[in-house]
Design a protein around this ligand. Structure first.
Ligand code: PMT
Length: 245
């Protein structure tokens, strides 16, 4: 497939997709960490789908055991702060913000230990109290590009997602209830709803993460196309006759 391709009825140039994937690890000492069961499958499938449609795809991966999809680039991270740094690097390498999409699928740890012990903490020396501090919010910190987020919830995923869409200034949120069998962490399928910033909700049937990835990439292309159209509309506003005098 060529760089510029026909997408829908209009030609859309090659975009850059930056995708976070997998968990982060927040080390307590050299042998123990806080993390979660994210496998990275969702993010890797999105990177694969974007590359297959002729885009540049950079996956910023937490510690996962997946092969890098063909035609994609990969930056590795361990902690949330690593992931933030690598994401910034990836975004800085993109040609232009208006043709860049950031998709945050990673399950980033919200908290990390205030201090990482240099040596393995001995059981007898530990009082059972672990002080945590907040990690930076990667998705919220990114600006100027089309942003798509995920919301992993254990209950009313759609309601929570709508709030996240506004708080993080997203195009839409892919909401999933990770307590439902066949959805969420680790499996090859997911059951999601796209929750848009205008409040509309599009519920999807259970589908493979590969099929879902293709839908997300197409929706991202639509969002970029709409944004470019808006920009070009501003660019061709006729001058006011008064201004010409
Ligand atoms: O990797 P898989 O095994 O395929 O599993 C997929 C998944 C369950 C991880 C995925 O479907 C999913 O729901 N990912 C988001 C998990 C999550 O951390 O959700 P959240 O509601 O805590 O965060 C909201 C959004 O902010 C997410 O897009 C997240 O990537 C982003 N975030 C959160 C915290 C933080 N410090 N930085 C962020 O960028």
């Amino acid at each position: 497939m060529t760089a510029a391709q026909i997408v829908g009825e209009k030609t859309l140039e090659k975009l850059t997709f930056v995708i976070t994937a997998g968990p982060t690890r927040e080390y307590i000492d050299p042998v123990r960490f806080i993390s979660n069961p994210s496998s990275g499958k969702t993010g890797f499938e999105i990177a694969r789908a974007a590359a297959r449609r002729g885009h540049r795809a950079i996956v910023v991966a937490g510690p996962v055991s997946l092969a890098t999809p063909r035609g994609t680039e990969r930056l590795d991270a361990v902690s949330a702060r690593d992931m933030m740094r690598e994401t910034r690097k990836a975004l800085a390498s993109a040609a232009s913000p208006e043709k860049t999409v950031f998709i945050a699928t990673a399950a980033v740890a919200d908290w990390r230990p205030a201090k990482k012990a240099a040596k393995k903490i001995k059981k007898a020396a530990f009082d059972g109290v672990l002080r945590l501090v907040r990690n930076p919010d990667i998705l919220k910190s990114v600006r100027g590009v089309v942003k798509i987020g995920f919301a992993a919830e254990t209950g009313d995923a759609v309601k929570q997602a709508a709030a996240k869409c506004k708080a993080k200034d997203l195009e839409f949120v892919v909401a999933n209830d990770v307590t439902v069998p066949g959805a969420g962490f680790g499996c090859d399928t997911n059951i999601v709803a796209f929750v848009r910033r205008d409040g509309s909700v599009e519920r999807k049937p259970k589908m493979s993460k590969r099929a879902l990835a293709a839908e997300i990439v197409k929706s991202a292309e639509d969002a970029v196309r709409a944004r470019l159209k808006k920009i070009s509309r501003y660019a061709i506003i006729p001058q006011n006759k008064e201004d010409e005098r």
